[in-house]
Every structure is written in structure tokens, then in C-alpha cells.
Ligand binder design. Structure first.
Ligand SMILES: [Zn+2]
Length: 123
């Protein structure tokens, strides 16, 4: 994998990570703090020099919704979308490869990157 910090903090950084099979979280290059995905300035030190680093791939389920329409060909409705808080802190929405029986607030989940797409599975 090599050094996963130091990519330009562009919108494509996250997607390029997924394309390589890596889940990345935004980090401040100045102080190392992990940021939320929408942040453009570090809340700790005010720096706008942001980069990416690989996430552990663990998180906690906060909520889920069932999608009844397929917005992309690769996802056949109905499917679940989960709101997950990653172990590093940031929040993400992604497909949930579980069932309603696995939907409990606080359910530990693991991130899975397959074919450039992220999903979460019950841990
Ligand atoms: Zn910082």
C-alpha cells in the first residue's frame, strides 16, 4: 500500500481510494487530525492543507433506510443504505449488506470495498 497520506485533497481522492480498494478518511496535514468528509478546514488547527489516509474499516451503525428505487444499475432495489460513524470519527453513507434484523443503533460494522464501491457489513 505504501504511504497513503499525501494525496491532494480533491473530490476525487475518496473515489480514487475506493478504486484501489482502500477506504480513506480526510486528515489535516498540519496536525494529523481526522476530519469529517465535508470539512475543508481543520477544526483543530485551522489549516486548509488536507490529505487522506487509510481507514481501519470499522465503524458503528447509526441508522439505515431502505431504498425502493435503483438509482444505479449495480444496485437492485430494494436495498439498505446505512449511516455509519467510522472508528476514526467521520460519518459515511453507503449500502448496507445486512438485513433489517441487523439494523440496530450501535451495531458494529466492517467496511468492504469491492469493484470500487463501498458497503458496510454487520461485524
Ligand atoms: Zn489540523
Amino acid at each position: 500500500m505504501g504511504d497513503s497520506v499525501g494525496h491532494d485533497h480533491d473530490e476525487d481522492g475518496f473515489r480514487s481510494g475506493l478504486a484501489r480498494g482502500e477506504l480513506l478518511v480526510p486528515v489535516c496535514r498540519q496536525c494529523g487530525a481526522v476530519l469529517d468528509y465535508a470539512q475543508r478546514v481543520c477544526g483543530e488547527c485551522g489549516s486548509a492543507a488536507l490529505g487522506w489516509r487509510q481507514a481501519e474499516g470499522r465503524g458503528v451503525l447509526r441508522s439505515a433506510v431502505e431504498m425502493s428505487v435503483s438509482y444505479v444499475d449495480s444496485l437492485q432495489a430494494p436495498y439498505l443504505v446505512a449511516s455509519v460513524r467510522l472508528a476514526e470519527g467521520p460519518h459515511l453513507l453507503a449500502r448496507y449488506a445486512g438485513t433489517w434484523d441487523d439494523v440496530r443503533g450501535g451495531q458494529p460494522v466492517n467496511a468492504l470495498v469491492e469493484d470500487g464501491a463501498l458497503c458496510f457489513k454487520p461485524a
